[in-house]
Design a protein around this ligand. Structure first.
Ligand code: AMP
Length: 503
């Protein structure tokens, strides 16, 4: 009986005594112990009547048992649906209704609020807490630690990941076994993971980065994991000497650099620092190399496509780029109007095709048709370009493109210039409504603690370097940009906040 994802990730470890996860409270979980717990959970789900293809939603803090639930779903052919821990009961109601989930696992703390919200829906509720307690753990204790793996093929659905929904309604991206498996195998080779590696894991596990990239890659390669609950500077600095790889979002790296005790001595065993999910400033890349001798490897991916491009392991890791299309994956830059492929160096829609690309949005055939072409290319919604050497650069989301008086303005071009200015840590440029131009750029600057940006000087520099239609009509200085848990700047919130600036 075969189930490719289970066999490649988990099945091969049945009975294995090798250590897999070290938790921050000092527990060691063996590979064999992990898959045995997964089997107990799979028996729980079976006893509740869940079958292949059913959806199981979970909104829980990071724990080993939460990862075992993922494994149990794969073994049972159940579609795994992890939800951001930040979602409110209202949002949860939408996801449950939309996905038709049969079971929801949540924290004990949230149970009463959620069950009230879901009282009219036919769904089972179980609990799991960060400290590995909860009703699901109690039920698992009564079950056998072996489970007859449910047969599946590579086109069967393995997971639904809802998009972060910074624009419009959140959509359920349907990911197959092969989407996940092919990508994990490719990344193991490309990043040279092996069973001598130890990954320091500080990302959330409800997102493609911390879940599929990190966990699947480690399981395929036999790497160990140090699992810390969330990003905490001290905890990271304490654990880095034991690790060989760190996967992070850019804020991990800027925060590490903000601490003087983070230095090359701490990184003696490290072989690789990976960054993704949001743009890494070229400046961070350079500062990090100066401090540690390591060049951060930046890669690019998204919920719908898993990972699509990566800087190379051996060859040049180019700051400000996300590297080359991964083996077996095609990336092209197309003209938004004609849909024809553009020459190198020109900005256009970034499209991706390959075994990594999802099969569509759940219950949204129209949306799927708009974004997933018949020939298999997915229109990512990102604007990008490919430089002369084939390195891909991400220019931003197409929805962030500003059209002012009919001219296209790419916020990234302005942001790169603004970030360099004295007194500015970073910046965000957004389009806001304007009575004459339709839309106009607004420059939002994050001040350095010790120095206020000099707006007159910045305006002069902008004038000397960029065409007039691109000049922000106003600058606003703030202390911090709003970011989601994956480190992405939430431009939608900024647009809402400053919508009336020129009206
Ligand atoms: P998500 O689906 O939440 O993983 O978000 C995916 C989006 O994050 C992509 O479409 C990009 O806009 C952005 N993103 C991911 N990795 C990078 C990167 N290395 N540089 C710039 N943007 C990135």
């Amino acid at each position: 009986m075969s189930n490719p994802l289970y066999d490649n990730l988990f099945g091969k470890y049945i009975g294995a005594k090798t250590s897999f996860i070290e938790t921050s409270d000092g527990r060691i979980i063996t590979h064999g112990g992990f898959v045995a717990m997964a089997a107990r959970l799979a028996n729980v789900f079976k006893s509740m009547g869940l079958k292949k293809g059913d959806r199981l939603a979970i909104q829980v803090e990071k724990s080993v048992t939460a990862l075992c639930i993922y494994a149990a779903c794969v073994q049972s052919g159940i579609v795994f649906l992890p939800l951001n821990t930040g979602y409110t009961a209202n949002e949860i109601e939408y996801f449950i209704k939309d996905s038709g989930s049969k079971l929801l696992v949540c924290d004990d703390e949230k149970l009463s609020e959620i069950s009230l919200k879901l009282q009219d829906i036919e769904i089972e509720l179980l609990t799991l807490n960060e400290n590995e307690t909860g009703s699901i753990v109690e039920l698992a204790k009564e079950q056998k630690n072996i489970f007859q793996t449910v047969e599946a093929n590579e086109n069967d659905l393995a997971a639904f990941l809802y998009t972060s929904g910074t624009t419009g309604r959140s959509k359920g991206a349907m990911l197959t076994q092969n989407n996940l498996l092919s990508n994990a195998k490719t990344l193991v080779d490309y990043w040279q993971f092996n069973n001598k590696d130890t990954l320091l894991h500080a990302l959330p596990i409800f997102h493609t980065h911390g879940l599929f990239v990190a966990i699947n890659v480690c399981l395929i390669s036999g790497s160990k994991i140090i699992l810390v609950p969330r990003f905490n500077l001290d905890e990271l600095i304490n654990n880095i000497p034991k690790a060989t790889v760190l996967m992070g979002v850019p804020t991990f790296y800027t925060r590490l650099l903000s601490n003087d005790s983070f230095n090359n001595k701490l990184c003696e065993k490290m072989r690789l620092f990976i960054s993704g999910s949001a743009p890494l400033l070229a400046e961070t890349h350079i500062d990090f190399e100066k401090r540690t001798g390591h060049k951060i490897l930046e890669r690019y991916g998204m919920t719908e496509t898993n990972m699509s491009t990566s800087n190379p392991y051996e060859a040049e890791r180019r700051a400000g780029t996300v590297g080359f299309p991964l083996p077996g994956i095609e990336v092209k830059i197309t003209d938004p109007k004609t849909e024809n492929e553009l020459p190198r160096g020109e900005i256009g829609n970034l499209e991706v095709r390959g075994p990594n690309v999802f099969v569509g949005y759940w219950n949204m055939p129209e949306k799927t048709k708009e974004e997933l072409r018949e020939d298999g290319f997915f229109i990512t919604g990102d604007l990008g370009l490919m430089d002369e050497d084939g390195y891909v650069q991400i220019i931003g989301r197409d929805k962030d493109l500003i059209i002012s008086g009919g001219f296209n303005i790419y916020p990234k071009e302005l942001e790169l210039l603004l970030d360099e200015q004295e007194g500015v840590i970073e910046s965000a440029v957004i389009g806001v409504p304007h009575p004459d131009f339709g839309e106009t750029p607004l420059g939002i600057l994050v001040r350095e603690k010790s120095a206020e940006p000099k707006i007159d000087k910045i305006e002069k520099i902008i004038k000397s370097q960029l065409a007039r239609y691109k000049h922000p009509k106003r600058f606003i200085v703030i202390d911090e940009l709003p970011r989601n848990t994956m480190g992405k700047v939430q431009k939608n919130l900024l647009r809402d906040q400053y919508r009336d600036t020129f009206l």
